[in-house]
Ligand binder design. Structure first.
Ligand code: SF4
Ligand code: ZN
Length: 406
């Protein structure tokens, strides 16, 4: 039998109140920076006295304020407790520690070669903004010799991407980097606003995710970059490990922890922030006063990832290392030799890498253009082949592919 202890009930209600507060603050337009610094300060599971003694100035016997010194330089007062390590650090030591960890990730995985042109997938959000900033700093500090560029995808989502692209354009000026924007409209003839009108709010992220992946590759080819790097952080990677594990998606589970991906024909992609905690990325952006966009996509139901995220955040609140633990588990899982893996070929229509006759983007697009939006969702490969051979669909098949739950 399970009993709710007073403290766990209290923590659950605290968590609920925190979520409610974030939603309310979001609605009235308070910046994510502010909200996040509040969340870090009010993390459940840490008593006020623990927090005060660890992070904030404390008092001596006479009641005078005694700032906690930075545990790294021992000179300046600490301004934060690192979510990843628990160390109390001053701003400068935190910046240094964060940047050095990214540098170590880059060096140990040999992500770049001198002279390479690297496209930074830039959305205007906190992750890609921090990535662009840190890569520029490290490129100069350690003389990587990289030619950095910003590469953005315009999905055509009004009230979201149009605003975030304005941030990217400001970042371009601030970091003095070239910028290329590729849009769904020019590549596929559809904006996400139009796609949502056809497919509803249940499968929209499937379309968007597949199209974005290919759009980034196409943009990268137009820019002639050697590599693309994305702002995926440790929390994203851990969520993906969990989701693939829960879905039994062995092929993806094997790939999703790789810091660098890309087989023949595809431009390699890498994740220099793979080991950076989301909370630290927010703190870095906040203390560096970086210009980033923090509103959520207006079409963001992605419920499955949302549950995985909430589950991980709960684990993290009682065990700081939970995110790294999940990543390490993912990295060390080995797949049995006799497990059948999909063989990679190329799409017969657009030449993009694909394990089927039609790549996922072409199948989704074909479905949209034929008024059969479910054609690319799920495993409808037999029907793809029928369409490719120009065999007519039965009425039942048309119904199956046309019906969409809004
Ligand atoms: Fe696209 Fe979904 Fe992300 Fe919005 S939440 S940008 S629709 S993938
Ligand atoms: Zn294709």
């Amino acid at each position: 039998m399970t009993y709710w202890s007073d403290s766990s009930a209290l923590q659950t209600s605290q968590r609920f109140l925190r979520l409610l507060l974030v939603k309310c603050l979001n609605v009235i337009g308070v910046s994510q920076n502010f909200i996040f610094s509040f969340l870090v300060d009010h993390e459940p599971g840490i008593s006020m006295s623990q927090r005060e003694s660890k992070i904030y100035p404390t008092t001596d016997k006479t009641g005078s304020i005694m700032p906690v010194p930075c545990s790294s330089c021992d000179k300046k007062p600490a301004v934060l407790r690192r979510p990843k390590t628990g160390h109390s650090l001053c701003k400068e030591c935190f910046f240094w520690a964060f940047e050095e960890e990214v540098h170590q990730t880059i060096i140990s995985a040999e992500l770049f070669q001198k002279g390479e042109t690297v496209g930074i997938g830039a959305s205007g959000g906190k992750d890609s903004t921090v990535l662009a900033h840190v890569l520029k700093v490290l490129n100069e500090r350690y003389d990587y010799g990289l030619n950095l560029m910003l590469l953005s995808v315009d999905e055509g989502i009004s009230g979201y991407r149009d605003d975030s692209l304005e941030t990217v354009k400001r970042n371009q000026q601030q970091y003095d980097l070239p910028l290329k924007i590729v849009s769904y409209e020019e590549l596929y003839g559809w904006t996400m606003d139009q796609i949502v009108k056809k497919v509803g709010l249940k499968n929209n992220c499937t379309f968007c995710g597949v199209f974005r992946r290919q759009a980034l590759d196409r943009g990268a080819m137009m820019l002639k970059v050697d590599k693309v790097c994305t702002g995926h952080n440790a929390d994203d990677v851990a969520e993906t490990v969990l989701m693939n594990f829960l879905r039994g998606d062995i092929a993806r589970l094997r790939r999703c922890t790789s810091i660098i991906t890309g087989s023949e024909g595809a431009i390699p992609r890498c994740k220099p922030l793979k080991y950076a905690y989301e909370k630290e990325i927010v703190l870095y952006a906040y203390f560096k006063k970086l210009d980033y966009f923090s509103t959520e996509c207006v079409y963001s139901p992605n419920a499955y990832r949302g549950y995985a995220r909430a589950f991980l955040k709960d684990l993290e609140s009682i065990r700081t290392s939970a995110i790294m633990d999940v990543i390490h588990s993912g990295e060390n899982l080995s797949v049995k030799e006799d497990v059948k893996m999909p063989t990679q070929g190329t799409c017969t229509r657009c030449g993009y890498i694909s394990s089927q006759q039609l790549c996922k983007a072409c199948a989704l697009l074909e479905g949209l253009n034929r008024g059969l939006p479910k054609l690319g969702i799920g495993k409808q490969y037999k029907l793809h082949n029928r369409l490719l051979k120009k065999d007519p669909l039965t009425e039942e098949q048309r119904k199956k592919l046309g019906a969409v739950t809004f």
